[in-house]
Design a protein around this ligand. Structure first.
Ligand SMILES: Nc1nc2c(c(=O)[nH]1)N[C@H]1C(S)=C(S)[C@@H](COP(=O)(O)O)O[C@H]1N2
Ligand SMILES: [Mo]
Length: 258
Protein backbone atom coordinates (compact mmCIF):
# COMPACT_ATOMS: atom_id res chain seq x y z
CA UNK A 1 0.00 0.00 0.00
CA UNK A 2 1.23 3.47 -0.81
CA UNK A 3 1.05 5.87 2.07
CA UNK A 4 2.26 9.43 1.70
CA UNK A 5 4.13 10.59 4.72
CA UNK A 6 5.06 14.26 4.80
CA UNK A 7 5.93 16.03 8.09
CA UNK A 8 2.57 15.14 9.57
CA UNK A 9 1.30 11.64 8.79
CA UNK A 10 -1.53 11.76 6.30
CA UNK A 11 -3.21 8.81 4.64
CA UNK A 12 -3.25 8.53 0.86
CA UNK A 13 -6.99 8.02 0.63
CA UNK A 14 -7.01 7.04 -3.01
CA UNK A 15 -4.69 4.06 -2.65
CA UNK A 16 -6.47 3.18 0.57
CA UNK A 17 -9.77 3.05 -1.35
CA UNK A 18 -8.15 0.66 -3.86
CA UNK A 19 -6.96 -1.59 -1.02
CA UNK A 20 -10.43 -1.56 0.52
CA UNK A 21 -12.00 -2.52 -2.79
CA UNK A 22 -9.53 -5.41 -3.02
CA UNK A 23 -10.37 -6.46 0.54
CA UNK A 24 -14.14 -6.48 -0.03
CA UNK A 25 -15.03 -8.99 -2.72
CA UNK A 26 -17.72 -8.33 -5.34
CA UNK A 27 -20.71 -9.91 -3.51
CA UNK A 28 -19.83 -7.98 -0.35
CA UNK A 29 -19.60 -4.75 -2.35
CA UNK A 30 -23.01 -5.42 -3.91
CA UNK A 31 -24.55 -6.21 -0.55
CA UNK A 32 -23.23 -3.08 1.11
CA UNK A 33 -24.13 -0.87 -1.81
CA UNK A 34 -22.42 2.36 -2.74
CA UNK A 35 -23.14 4.52 0.24
CA UNK A 36 -21.69 2.54 3.09
CA UNK A 37 -18.60 1.94 0.99
CA UNK A 38 -17.22 5.37 1.67
CA UNK A 39 -14.04 5.02 3.69
CA UNK A 40 -15.70 6.99 6.46
CA UNK A 41 -18.65 4.58 6.54
CA UNK A 42 -16.40 1.56 6.70
CA UNK A 43 -14.22 3.20 9.33
CA UNK A 44 -17.34 3.65 11.46
CA UNK A 45 -18.42 0.06 10.84
CA UNK A 46 -15.02 -1.27 11.84
CA UNK A 47 -14.64 1.10 14.78
CA UNK A 48 -11.29 2.30 13.43
CA UNK A 49 -9.70 5.66 12.89
CA UNK A 50 -7.67 5.84 9.67
CA UNK A 51 -5.29 8.62 10.47
CA UNK A 52 -1.91 6.91 10.29
CA UNK A 53 -0.03 3.94 8.92
CA UNK A 54 -0.66 1.65 11.88
CA UNK A 55 -4.37 2.39 12.19
CA UNK A 56 -4.79 1.88 8.42
CA UNK A 57 -3.34 -1.62 8.84
CA UNK A 58 -5.82 -2.38 11.63
CA UNK A 59 -8.59 -0.85 9.52
CA UNK A 60 -7.83 -3.05 6.51
CA UNK A 61 -7.67 -6.20 8.58
CA UNK A 62 -11.05 -5.29 10.15
CA UNK A 63 -12.49 -4.70 6.65
CA UNK A 64 -11.22 -8.17 5.76
CA UNK A 65 -13.06 -9.62 8.79
CA UNK A 66 -16.23 -7.74 7.75
CA UNK A 67 -15.80 -9.41 4.38
CA UNK A 68 -15.51 -12.82 6.13
CA UNK A 69 -18.84 -12.16 7.86
CA UNK A 70 -20.53 -11.16 4.60
CA UNK A 71 -19.12 -14.19 2.75
CA UNK A 72 -20.42 -16.33 5.62
CA UNK A 73 -23.92 -14.82 5.25
CA UNK A 74 -23.89 -15.33 1.50
CA UNK A 75 -22.56 -18.89 1.65
CA UNK A 76 -25.25 -21.24 0.40
CA UNK A 77 -24.71 -24.75 1.83
CA UNK A 78 -26.78 -26.23 -1.02
CA UNK A 79 -24.87 -24.51 -3.80
CA UNK A 80 -22.46 -26.91 -5.49
CA UNK A 81 -19.15 -25.98 -7.10
CA UNK A 82 -18.90 -27.13 -10.75
CA UNK A 83 -17.61 -30.64 -11.42
CA UNK A 84 -15.73 -31.78 -14.54
CA UNK A 85 -15.09 -34.83 -16.68
CA UNK A 86 -11.98 -37.08 -16.63
CA UNK A 87 -10.87 -35.56 -19.95
CA UNK A 88 -10.78 -32.08 -18.40
CA UNK A 89 -8.25 -32.99 -15.67
CA UNK A 90 -5.12 -30.81 -15.79
CA UNK A 91 -2.04 -33.00 -16.35
CA UNK A 92 0.32 -32.74 -14.67
CA UNK A 93 -1.53 -31.17 -11.77
CA UNK A 94 0.57 -28.30 -10.32
CA UNK A 95 2.33 -28.53 -6.98
CA UNK A 96 2.30 -25.52 -4.67
CA UNK A 97 3.47 -24.82 -1.12
CA UNK A 98 5.47 -22.18 0.69
CA UNK A 99 8.58 -24.29 -0.15
CA UNK A 100 9.86 -26.38 -3.06
CA UNK A 101 8.50 -29.78 -4.06
CA UNK A 102 11.39 -31.87 -2.64
CA UNK A 103 10.94 -30.20 0.74
CA UNK A 104 7.39 -31.55 1.14
CA UNK A 105 7.15 -33.43 4.47
CA UNK A 106 7.65 -37.22 4.28
CA UNK A 107 5.06 -38.59 6.71
CA UNK A 108 5.49 -42.21 7.89
CA UNK A 109 2.09 -43.79 7.21
CA UNK A 110 2.56 -46.72 9.62
CA UNK A 111 3.42 -44.51 12.58
CA UNK A 112 0.86 -41.88 11.60
CA UNK A 113 -1.97 -41.07 14.02
CA UNK A 114 -4.47 -38.34 13.22
CA UNK A 115 -5.13 -36.31 16.37
CA UNK A 116 -8.63 -35.03 17.05
CA UNK A 117 -9.19 -32.38 19.72
CA UNK A 118 -11.39 -29.55 20.95
CA UNK A 119 -15.19 -29.62 20.94
CA UNK A 120 -15.67 -33.29 20.00
CA UNK A 121 -17.10 -36.21 22.01
CA UNK A 122 -14.36 -38.63 20.97
CA UNK A 123 -10.76 -37.41 20.99
CA UNK A 124 -9.14 -40.75 20.22
CA UNK A 125 -6.52 -40.76 17.46
CA UNK A 126 -7.05 -42.45 14.09
CA UNK A 127 -4.72 -44.78 12.18
CA UNK A 128 -4.62 -44.57 8.38
CA UNK A 129 -6.26 -48.01 8.14
CA UNK A 130 -9.20 -46.76 10.21
CA UNK A 131 -9.51 -43.63 8.10
CA UNK A 132 -9.37 -45.64 4.89
CA UNK A 133 -12.28 -47.78 6.11
CA UNK A 134 -14.61 -44.72 6.13
CA UNK A 135 -17.23 -44.35 3.33
CA UNK A 136 -15.66 -43.11 0.10
CA UNK A 137 -16.55 -40.76 -2.68
CA UNK A 138 -14.69 -39.03 -5.51
CA UNK A 139 -14.93 -35.69 -7.27
CA UNK A 140 -13.32 -33.83 -10.14
CA UNK A 141 -13.22 -30.13 -9.32
CA UNK A 142 -11.25 -26.96 -9.98
CA UNK A 143 -8.58 -25.76 -7.57
CA UNK A 144 -8.06 -21.97 -7.75
CA UNK A 145 -4.86 -20.45 -6.36
CA UNK A 146 -4.66 -16.72 -5.59
CA UNK A 147 -1.21 -16.71 -7.20
CA UNK A 148 -3.02 -16.68 -10.55
CA UNK A 149 -3.44 -20.28 -11.69
CA UNK A 150 -6.20 -22.83 -11.53
CA UNK A 151 -6.28 -26.53 -12.36
CA UNK A 152 -8.79 -29.37 -12.46
CA UNK A 153 -8.04 -32.46 -10.39
CA UNK A 154 -9.62 -35.64 -9.10
CA UNK A 155 -9.69 -36.27 -5.36
CA UNK A 156 -11.10 -39.20 -3.42
CA UNK A 157 -11.92 -39.55 0.26
CA UNK A 158 -14.65 -39.39 2.82
CA UNK A 159 -17.19 -36.54 3.11
CA UNK A 160 -15.79 -34.40 5.94
CA UNK A 161 -19.29 -34.12 7.47
CA UNK A 162 -19.23 -37.93 7.88
CA UNK A 163 -15.89 -37.74 9.72
CA UNK A 164 -17.20 -34.93 11.96
CA UNK A 165 -20.23 -37.09 12.76
CA UNK A 166 -17.99 -40.06 13.71
CA UNK A 167 -15.92 -37.99 16.14
CA UNK A 168 -19.06 -36.41 17.64
CA UNK A 169 -18.07 -32.87 16.68
CA UNK A 170 -20.11 -30.02 18.12
CA UNK A 171 -21.42 -28.76 14.78
CA UNK A 172 -22.79 -25.63 16.45
CA UNK A 173 -19.18 -24.54 17.04
CA UNK A 174 -17.78 -21.82 14.76
CA UNK A 175 -14.52 -23.24 13.43
CA UNK A 176 -12.67 -26.37 12.42
CA UNK A 177 -8.88 -25.98 12.58
CA UNK A 178 -6.06 -28.01 11.01
CA UNK A 179 -2.42 -28.51 11.96
CA UNK A 180 -0.12 -29.82 9.25
CA UNK A 181 3.15 -31.78 9.12
CA UNK A 182 4.93 -28.69 7.70
CA UNK A 183 4.42 -25.37 9.51
CA UNK A 184 1.12 -24.83 7.73
CA UNK A 185 -2.16 -24.43 9.59
CA UNK A 186 -5.65 -23.43 8.50
CA UNK A 187 -9.18 -23.04 9.79
CA UNK A 188 -12.62 -22.97 8.18
CA UNK A 189 -16.19 -22.05 9.07
CA UNK A 190 -18.52 -24.86 10.18
CA UNK A 191 -21.01 -24.47 7.25
CA UNK A 192 -18.16 -25.11 4.79
CA UNK A 193 -16.89 -28.02 6.92
CA UNK A 194 -20.35 -29.61 6.57
CA UNK A 195 -20.76 -28.81 2.85
CA UNK A 196 -21.42 -31.96 0.78
CA UNK A 197 -18.38 -31.36 -1.48
CA UNK A 198 -15.90 -30.92 1.39
CA UNK A 199 -13.75 -34.07 1.40
CA UNK A 200 -11.14 -35.47 3.72
CA UNK A 201 -9.10 -36.67 0.75
CA UNK A 202 -6.77 -39.70 0.76
CA UNK A 203 -6.34 -40.22 -2.98
CA UNK A 204 -5.41 -38.19 -6.01
CA UNK A 205 -6.47 -39.46 -9.47
CA UNK A 206 -7.28 -42.90 -8.06
CA UNK A 207 -3.90 -43.35 -6.32
CA UNK A 208 -2.89 -42.89 -2.68
CA UNK A 209 -2.34 -39.14 -2.20
CA UNK A 210 1.29 -38.53 -3.28
CA UNK A 211 3.68 -36.81 -0.88
CA UNK A 212 3.67 -33.57 -2.90
CA UNK A 213 -0.13 -33.30 -2.86
CA UNK A 214 -0.44 -33.77 0.89
CA UNK A 215 0.10 -37.37 2.04
CA UNK A 216 -1.41 -38.82 4.13
CA UNK A 217 -4.46 -36.57 3.76
CA UNK A 218 -5.66 -33.14 2.78
CA UNK A 219 -8.92 -31.27 3.08
CA UNK A 220 -10.36 -30.65 -0.37
CA UNK A 221 -12.97 -27.87 -0.69
CA UNK A 222 -13.97 -26.79 -4.21
CA UNK A 223 -15.91 -23.90 -2.62
CA UNK A 224 -12.70 -22.35 -1.28
CA UNK A 225 -9.47 -20.95 -2.69
CA UNK A 226 -6.35 -23.15 -2.82
CA UNK A 227 -4.64 -21.80 0.30
CA UNK A 228 -7.68 -22.80 2.43
CA UNK A 229 -7.10 -26.51 1.50
CA UNK A 230 -4.58 -27.85 4.04
CA UNK A 231 -2.28 -30.72 2.98
CA UNK A 232 -0.41 -33.16 5.29
CA UNK A 233 -3.06 -32.88 8.04
CA UNK A 234 -1.82 -34.14 11.44
CA UNK A 235 -4.51 -32.75 13.75
CA UNK A 236 -8.11 -31.62 13.41
CA UNK A 237 -9.79 -29.54 16.12
CA UNK A 238 -13.19 -27.94 16.66
CA UNK A 239 -13.33 -24.59 18.42
CA UNK A 240 -15.13 -21.30 18.96
CA UNK A 241 -11.83 -19.41 19.20
CA UNK A 242 -10.69 -17.98 15.85
CA UNK A 243 -7.63 -20.07 14.85
CA UNK A 244 -6.45 -18.03 11.80
CA UNK A 245 -4.23 -19.63 9.16
CA UNK A 246 -0.73 -19.55 7.68
CA UNK A 247 -1.55 -17.03 4.92
CA UNK A 248 -4.50 -15.47 6.72
CA UNK A 249 -2.18 -14.34 9.51
CA UNK A 250 -0.10 -12.63 6.82
CA UNK A 251 -3.07 -10.67 5.47
CA UNK A 252 -5.06 -13.03 3.23
CA UNK A 253 -8.83 -12.95 3.66
CA UNK A 254 -9.90 -15.72 6.07
CA UNK A 255 -13.18 -16.92 4.48
CA UNK A 256 -11.40 -17.37 1.14
CA UNK A 257 -14.45 -18.42 -0.91
CA UNK A 258 -13.82 -19.31 -4.55
N1 LIG B 1 0.40 -28.16 4.46
C1 LIG B 1 0.27 -27.27 3.45
N2 LIG B 1 -0.91 -27.15 2.82
C2 LIG B 1 -1.07 -26.26 1.80
C3 LIG B 1 0.00 -25.41 1.40
C4 LIG B 1 1.24 -25.54 2.09
O1 LIG B 1 2.24 -24.84 1.82
N3 LIG B 1 1.34 -26.48 3.10
N4 LIG B 1 -0.19 -24.51 0.36
C5 LIG B 1 -1.57 -24.17 -0.02
C6 LIG B 1 -1.67 -23.52 -1.34
S1 LIG B 1 -1.36 -21.86 -1.43
C7 LIG B 1 -2.11 -24.21 -2.46
S2 LIG B 1 -2.38 -23.43 -3.95
C8 LIG B 1 -2.38 -25.67 -2.40
C9 LIG B 1 -1.57 -26.43 -3.46
O2 LIG B 1 -1.94 -27.78 -3.48
P1 LIG B 1 -1.31 -28.76 -4.58
O3 LIG B 1 0.18 -28.91 -4.27
O4 LIG B 1 -2.06 -30.03 -4.43
O5 LIG B 1 -1.52 -28.09 -5.92
O6 LIG B 1 -2.10 -26.23 -1.12
C10 LIG B 1 -2.46 -25.42 -0.02
N5 LIG B 1 -2.27 -26.19 1.18
MO1 LIG C 1 -2.34 -21.20 -3.37
Amino acid sequence: MKIVKPQRMTVDRESLAIDVRRELDAPARRLFGKRILTLGGLAMLSGCSISDDKSVETFLSRVSRINDTVQGWLFDPNHLAPTYSEAQITRPFPFNAFYGEDEAPAVDGDAFRLKVSGLVRNTRSWTLAELNALPKTEQITRHICVEGWSAIGRWGGTPFSEFLKRVGADTSAKYVGFKCADDYYESIDMPTALHSQTLLAFTYDGQQLPRKYGYPMKLRMPTKLGYKNPKHIMEIFVTNTFPGGYWVDQGYNWFGGS
